[in-house]
Design a protein around this ligand. Structure first.
Ligand SMILES: *[C@@H]1O[C@H](CO)[C@@H](O)[C@H](O)[C@H]1NC(C)=O
Ligand SMILES: *[C@@H]1O[C@H](CO)[C@@H](O)[C@H](O)[C@H]1NC(C)=O
Ligand SMILES: *[C@@H]1O[C@H](CO)[C@@H](O)[C@H](O)[C@H]1NC(C)=O
Ligand SMILES: *[C@@H]1O[C@H](CO)[C@@H](O)[C@H](O)[C@H]1NC(C)=O
Ligand SMILES: *[C@@H]1O[C@H](CO)[C@@H](O)[C@H](O)[C@H]1NC(C)=O
Length: 697
């Protein structure tokens, strides 16, 4: 998606917005069908008048056939597998020329092909002798079920929809189609090292459905990019200008139940969960497995399970009918769910997870997830997550190889600690990790450690891992071995593997090369790895590998990987009350430290500084405001700061050090988008302050 759509909010934003609102209302009036048709037409270059002429020239029938073939060809134009696209549509779409119908048919054919593949896997299963292959076939059945679900959601989404939400809808479609691609891929991954030809047969059975799913993703991506380039006012802007204001007013979207909000703000002592699990018998159940039977089916109300302190040795599956479940514990080291399933003992990686979460809208707070199989047992997942719009807050995930598996969909991790050895965060979700700690543990003697192995398969998938203000560090037991068992930031599990590490602390365990190849030159040109303004001895970029996939990212481009944009966090994270940074975060942090620490000596000598420092502060804040995308929000906190400045004046002598720290703390707390200001801007503000202080001295 182009960045232009977000643009910069100018000073006369209100005026602009008013005009936009009118325009938007007008556009909403247009039938969605026409718009989608129009967009597709622009996207793929269907020339309506040309078609019209042809239709009247030819006989009614042949005209229709060629028109619908034209529409099909146009729809299929942006896809990678054109032949599969045209073939499937021309045999299944009748003679419709409506692009929306054609897209729906494309999804439907993909679904049918997957269903065929499932039948195929049942046949193969009958004949299968290798137990690993047999399990892989079982997995495929489950995974195909998920894939069909996501395609079905995509199909249904294209019914009647609110045009003003078109950008969200296209975002959802991309996420779901990407998940459908991933599930098919995971099915095939399961056959690695199996004997017999079940793997090859499944590969053949899934060939067409895989191509058609990726075609669907290509078509949707094309529409989204055309919409962006048309600069339709409803598109893109809305997210920042409206949605972000909802929580600011203290009103939450109706779908956020009171329970969810209350819980995230409260402590276990003050909550009323739907069910309490306690090992010591003081709750309704002693195990989590029993408690999850109480979860209502497909509920849109948050169902809260309070798991009291204790070590729960069980395997938990929050399946797809269990939506909006929240688990809250007594702390990530106190409430622990633990297991030890693993690959070496014959279980496919996909099914080794101690806890697996599928149902949409899952939240976990204060819980530890663990797989204790140990390094010798190879792949052994502590937590697998498919839940769309899921949140993990103050949690801990501990294992060795493949600890955390953010498999599909949108996920948000905040204040979590994740430990492991090889590929210990792996999968193909769109996942943002904020303020998390990635702890490398001691592996087996001959092993290397890799923090991430992101698995993006198609270049259009909106997935990837974003680490923001995280710390990548060594476990004390590993530390002495860091020069023997080398550690890397990541490696490309699939061709388009994508990982962005920004504003984070990278300790000296990470090798100067930074990234590790998967196998030969696989993915080195097509992956997308970027490091943006990291700090620490492991963050130096000078000796990094020089693959084409290692990207230098601009301050503008990096915004695409902030939580507000990358996973549309404003619309589902913000309202839950979980601490959340929608934009960049560390800039404010840098100002605070520089301001308070670096300037200590000079500042300590300043007594009668108040008039200038106050004006300077205000000036720098105003300057910041100008640079910040969300001018409206900036002005709110600016007012607050001005107000407290006035109060401050009543209590001389004015301690600028203390005060500067406080103001900037406020900034970081209240100006959610404050982080979006450019580093250059922040630096200029610092110089302004410095200059005035020197002048004063
Ligand atoms: C083609 O369109 C005509 C009318 O537009 C309709 O009656 C006919 O059933 C359609 N054919 C197919 C195969 O869908
Ligand atoms: C498959 O076998 C090869 C060779 O024995 C091994 O290196 C590899 O790790 C195995 N793959 C898995 C997933 O265990
Ligand atoms: C919850 O689901 C029901 C039934 O599907 C629906 O009627 C209702 O509007 C939903 N409530 C919210 C707040 O979304
Ligand atoms: C989800 O789990 C519940 C409880 O174990 C079960 O009744 C239900 O059938 C499961 N749903 C699916 C789709 O597996
Ligand atoms: C960055 O993370 C650290 C450690 O989790 C935290 O103390 C700090 O407040 C974070 N900074 C910002 C700007 O969020």
């Amino acid at each position: 998606m182009s960045l232009n759509g977000y643009g910069h909010v100018s000073g006369d934003q209100t005026v602009v917005n008013d005009g936009k609102r009118k325009k938007r209302i007008a556009i909403i009036g247009v039938s969605s069908l026409i718009l989608v048709a129009m967009v597709v037409a622009v996207a793929v270059g269907v020339n309506h008048s040309h078609n019209g002429t042809e239709q009247s020239n030819g006989g009614a029938n042949s005209g229709e056939i060629s028109t619908s073939m034209k529409a099909i060809k146009a729809i299929c134009q942006p896809t990678d597998y054109k032949e599969a696209c045209v073939d499937s549509l021309s045999s299944a779409a009748g003679n419709t020329t409506d692009p929306k119908e054609l897209i729906k048919v494309a999804f439907k054919v993909a679904m049918n092909k997957i269903t065929d593949a499932v039948k195929q896997s049942d046949v193969l299963k009958e004949l299968e002798k290798d137990p690993r292959a047999s399990q892989a076939l079982d997995n495929c059945n489950e995974l195909m079920d998920y894939a069909v679900d996501d395609l079905k959601s995509s199909f249904e989404q294209l019914g009647e929809f609110d045009l003003s939400k078109l950008d969200e809808i296209l975002g959802d479609l991309k996420i779901w189609l990407s998940a459908a691609v991933t599930y098919q891929e995971t099915c095939l991954d399961g056959f690695e090292n199996t004997t017999g030809n079940a793997g090859e047969s499944m590969k053949k059975a899934l060939k067409t459905s895989g191509e058609l799913t990726r075609n669907g993703l290509a078509i949707v991506t094309e529409i989204a990019s055309v919409l962006t380039s048309l600069q339709i006012p409803t598109f893109n802007r809305r997210l920042l200008s409206e949605e972000s204001e909802i929580p600011a007013n203290g009103e939450f979207p109706s779908w956020v139940s009171a329970g969810k909000r209350r819980l995230l703000a409260a402590t276990p002592a003050t909550i009323k969960p739907n069910v309490v699990v306690a090992k010591d018998g003081s709750g309704k159940y002693k195990t989590i497995r029993e408690a999850i039977h109480d979860i209502p089916t497909k509920s849109n109300q948050t169902f809260v399970i309070y798991i009291k302190a204790g070590v729960y040795e069980e395997h938990v599956l929050i399946n797809k009918t269990m939506t909006n479940v929240m688990m809250i514990g007594d702390g990530p080291t106190k409430t622990k769910i633990t297991g030890n399933k693993n690959f070496v003992d014959g279980i496919p990686t996909f099914h080794t997870a101690t806890v697996a979460v599928v149902g949409t809208g899952f939240i976990a707070k204060n819980i530890g997830f663990e797989n204790t199989a140990g390094a010798v047992k190879h792949q052994a997942v502590a937590l697998r997550v498919q839940s769309d719009m899921s949140i993990f807050y103050n949690c801990k995930m501990d294992a060795y190889q493949d600890t955390l598996y953010p498999h599909t969909h949108r996920q948000f991790y905040r204040d979590c600690t994740i430990s492991g050895t090889i590929d210990f965060i792996f999968g193909n979700a769109a996942a943002v990790f904020q303020n998390c700690k990635m702890v490398v543990r001691k592996p087996l003697e001959n092993q290397q450690c890799i923090v991430t192995a992101q698995g993006r398969k198609d270049k259009r998938e909106p997935t990837g891992f974003v680490l923001q203000n995280c710390t990548i560090t060594a476990d004390p037991l590993y530390y002495p071995f860091r020069k023997i068992n080398l550690a890397y930031l990541g490696r490309p599990w699939k061709e388009y593997s994508r990982t962005i590490i920004m504003q984070s602390q990278i300790d000296d365990l990470i090798q100067p090369e930074g990234w590790l190849p998967w196998m030969g030159d696989f993915g080195l040109n097509t992956c997308f790895y970027s490091e943006y303004r990291n700090r620490g001895p492991g963050a130096a970029l000078g000796k990094r590998v020089k693959w084409r996939g290692i990207k230098n990212i601009t301050p503008q481009h990096v915004l695409d990987f902030t939580a507000a944009r990358f996973i549309r966090g404003d619309s589902w994270i913000k309202a839950t009350g979980v601490p959340y940074t929608p934009g960049l975060s560390a800039v404010v942090f840098i100002i605070v430290t520089t301001y308070v620490d670096h300037r200590k000596d000079t500042l300590a000598n300043c007594h009668s500084i108040e008039p200038i420092s106050r004006d300077t502060l205000l000036a720098s804040i105003a300057e910041t405001g100008k640079q910040t995308e969300l001018a409206v929000r900036v002005s709110t906190w600016k007012q607050k700061i001005e107000h407290s400045l006035e109060e401050q004046d009543l209590r001389p002598p004015f301690d600028i050090r203390e005060y500067g720290g406080r103001v900037l703390d406020k900034l970081s707390l209240e100006a959610d988008y404050g982080g979006a200001m450019s580093f250059a801007g922040a630096k200029r503000n610092m110089m302004l302050l410095e200059f005035s202080l020197q002048f004063r001295n």
